[in-house]
Design a protein around this ligand. Sequence first.
Ligand code: CA
Length: 233
Amino acid sequence: MRILIAEDDATLADGLTRSLRQAGYAVDQASDGATADAALSAQTAQTYDLLILDVGLPRMSGLEVLKRLRSRGSMLPVLILTARDGWSDKVAGFKAGADDYLTKPFHLKEFLLRVASLLRRGHWPPAQKKLPTYQFGNNLIDLESRQATTAQGTIQLTELELKMLLLFINNEGKVLTRGELLKQVWGVSPATETRTLDNFVVRLRKYFEDDPARPRYFKTVRGRGYRFIKNPR
Ligand code: CA
């Protein structure tokens, strides 16, 4: 079994390589996205049984490497490594065709179990994967179907609502300014349409807050913007 590790953190890459070799696998390393892409598009690429892919890579992002791999029709199993709470990364990773993910920092034992499980499965169509779910309070959000199960029942989120929600989830506990939200969700300059943004926050509160008039999860930070708190006291 031959594994390619695409990871720019040399200490982590060396540690993983050592453990995998001890477990009996052959391992190659790529320290940036372009090198990984070259190794995967080369004739010898078929010899790989698994790709371990960091999302944040120099020269070409991990997601781009993955998209290019899938666009060539490869069904190579891919385990993506994401930064802590990198929810957008995970969702984007699954959409781009990842089979599994691990959030850094992770336990070596779990890493080796995931590797073994992916290798057992072998090359299968990525269509069988599913996006993860996210839970806070009484709410469960299925990121694949964009359906949320809340105290009020089942709600179908629009793409923009989910995008905004993911931005909040990804920046849990941090203040997001109106400007940042507008730019990230709508891609418009902060000067325009802040009312649209406020209306969206009102909608998220209506869906997910127990009492929308006294929000606990989607807090207003006066004069600055909004903050999402996953576990309010
Ligand atoms: Ca990295």
